[in-house]
Design a binder for this molecule. Structure first.
Ligand SMILES: [Zn+2]
Length: 627
């Protein structure tokens, strides 16, 4: 079983991943072990509470917005399925979809949880990369904890605690977000980390230390005397830091961020997403804020569907990441010109990802945090409620900036600017209605607006998508007929059925019903498999079929699975023969047929009748031949 199963797993999952990620193969025994050691109820229950309902468990689906729970977890089958959006699969699938990780990472994560050492191909280069990554994550995790303790406990951080208090951030908030303090010395972090066993090279690689070029010994702390915000990826690992100065009159950059490192790419991370995921799905929309403090302040005051890009404008990757959770965003940037420019710079990525964009207007001189602290969260919420569609927002601004002089020249300028954005809307119908709306608001013709757009095409370079399909979402819903479901289900469950099906060539099941093409996708990966646990079986099924299969009722097992499948196929066969007979009968009634043609049609009808009789009568030769 060893080699073929390995090949199967490679076939089912890793082939495409291997191509793009250069991933080593995980040995099949390991996958089985990991599957066995991780109970799906325990795993999913670790992410959010599950309610017992009879023999299964229920919850509000984490993959789509809903009010009553249609997300089911089945312990005996070790699978989950959502009857609302069709998400489903085994424990690996859940971790992949929930954490947005690939299959090998999901296996590794669950292996680590269960304390299983994976047998992986020992590509030394790959091993080094993984070791390096896990060292850097460890360094960041420990450093975040150290910064945090510094803030809470050290005498040196007195002024940092004072600053937090002044900004209205309580100790609880500091704990929730693990806010920290980087001491003022040049080598404080370096000395501490070195004593913890981290090397100078690791500190440099993680961007916590900086050194002059060519300096092979030196290096000083990047973050000194700053309030520290850990930046987490969307599943909560600290991957970078953002350090804020504590005294705004200091002549230093207000924020210093970690550089790009092997674990941090600022264009891929959205601050706050690890905490706001659930709220984003519930709200169906995201409020995009500029800074960490704005975000924390909004979140702590109950506005929880918030994220902040690292840097002021959205990248294509951030937009796609966000698109997995919401269809709409409200940009809430500072009302100054820099903030408004950031709104416009964020737009291409968001529109191209199919996200509709609103812009909120804050009172002049206010940011979300100052507004919330000064006038209460209600004042902030009412600004959000008044947020307008980006196109209307831009026209409003242009009108108010023109000082009552919004003439033809001004209109044309706005038409050019907006026309460029209109071309980015990926949905044709939406593009058309938005274009018509903008044209009528500006008081110009649709033709004139389109012309302006064509003259100013906005090219939006999105390197990351080239040759790269977006990750398959959990939302592909496929429905099949009851007989297809029965046949495929029993093919998965019963080795006997599987073996029999592979011998059936005339008529092939897919000739009887095109839906049974499914068998051609299901059987090859299952061919050599005998007694595997349900979650491993599910893992072997091609990824795109998992959500379909996880919705099936696996408990209903007929006494004789093989007979049930044979009956189902015989019924399909009968149905086909009767259809052909009907078609021939109709053909026979058409006018002007020659005697010869009529004779051959009559003969065909009789032949079909004979086959129908043979198939219908049990224990006849036809039936045994089908067996
Ligand atoms: Zn769902």
């Amino acid at each position: 079983m060893q080699t073929p199963l390995g090949a199967i797993i490679a076939f089912a999952f890793l082939s495409e991943l291997l191509a793009s990620f250069d991933m080593p193969r995980i040995a099949e025994e390991s996958i089985q072990k990991v599957a066995d050691a991780n109970d799906i109820v325990e795993i999913i229950g670790g992410y959010f509470p599950l309610k017992r309902a009879g023999t299964s468990y229920r919850a509000i689906c984490p993959f789509h917005k809903e009010k009553s729970p249609s997300f089911h977890v089945n312990p005996s089958r070790q699978s989950f399925h959502c009857f609302g959006c069709g998400a489903g699969g085994g424990v690996f699938r859940f971790v992949m979809d929930y954490e947005h990780v690939d299959f090998p990472s999901a296996v590794r994560k669950l292996a680590q949880r269960a304390g299983i050492v994976l047998v992986e191909d020992n590509d030394p280069k790959e091993q080094n990369r993984r070791d390096q990554r896990s060292r850097l994550l460890e360094l960041h995790r420990e450093t975040a904890a150290w910064f945090h303790i510094n803030l809470l406990r050290t005498h040196e951080a007195e002024h940092a605690r004072g600053y937090l208090k002044k900004r209205g951030l309580t100790k609880e908030v500091a704990v929730d977000w693990q806010i920290g303090y980087a001491p003022a010395g040049w080598e404080s972090l370096r000395n501490w980390a070195t004593a913890r066993g981290f090397t100078r090279e690791e500190l440099l690689l993680g961007g916590l230390l900086t050194a002059r070029e060519g300096d092979t010994q030196g290096g000083y702390d990047r973050f000194r005397d700053r309030l520290m915000f850990p930046i987490r990826n969307d599943y909560g690992e600290v991957v970078a830091f953002s350090g804020r100065i504590l005294n705004d009159s200091q002549k230093e950059a207000k924020y210093v961020n970690s550089p790009e490192t092997p674990i941090f790419s600022k264009g891929r991370v959205l601050f706050g997403l690890d905490k706001s995921k659930r709220s984003l799905i519930d709200a169906g929309s995201a409020i995009v804020l500029e800074g960490q403090i704005d975000l924390i302040s909004a979140f702590e005051h109950g506005v929880k569907n918030v994220v902040a890009p690292q840097g002021t404008a959205f990248t294509a990757e951030q937009a796609r990441l966000l698109r997995r959770f919401v269809e709409q965003v409200t940009l809430c940037f500072d009302s100054d010109t820099a903030g408004q420019n950031a709104v416009e710079r964020s737009l291409p990525a968001l529109l191209a990802a199919g996200i509709s964009v609103k812009a909120a207007r804050l009172p002049a001189g206010e940011d979300p945090d100052s507004l919330i602290r000064g006038k209460g969260v209600e004042a902030f919420q009412s600004r959000l409620a008044e947020a307008r569609d980006f196109f209307d927002h831009t026209i409003d601004r242009a009108i108010s900036e023109s000082g009552g002089n919004f003439g033809p020249r001004e209109r044309a300028a706005v038409a050019r600017r907006l026309g460029a954005f209109l071309t980015l809307l990926p949905d044709a119908a939406l593009r058309e209605t938005t274009t018509a709306h903008v044209a009528s608001t500006l008081g110009i013709s649709v033709g004139a607006l389109q012309e302006a757009a064509e003259k100013n095409p906005l090219t939006f370079a999105d390197e990351s998508t080239q040759g790269n399909q977006p990750a398959p979402g959990p939302n592909r819903v496929v429905k099949v007929s009851a007989s297809t479901e029965l046949i495929c289900r029993l093919a998965i469950l019963s080795t006997e059925v599987r073996e029999w099906l592979t011998t059936q060539s005339s008529p092939a099941p897919s000739e009887l019903d095109p839906e049974l093409e499914l068998l051609n996708e299901l059987l090859p990966p299952l061919k050599e498999v005998r007694d595997l646990s349900p979650s491993t079986l599910l893992a072997l099924i091609p990824q795109e079929l998992q959500s379909l299969v996880s919705g099936w009722e696996f408990e209903k097992m007929p006494v004789s699975p093989l007979e049930a499948v044979q009956d189902a196929l015989r019924n399909l066969h009968l149905l086909n023969l009767k259809k052909r007979q009907n078609a021939a009968a109709i053909q026979l009634r058409s006018p002007g047929l020659s005697g010869k043609v009529m004779l051959s049609i009559q003969k065909e009808i009789l032949d079909l009748q004979q086959k129908i009789n043979d198939l219908s009568a049990p224990a006849t030769s036809a039936l045994t031949s089908l067996r």
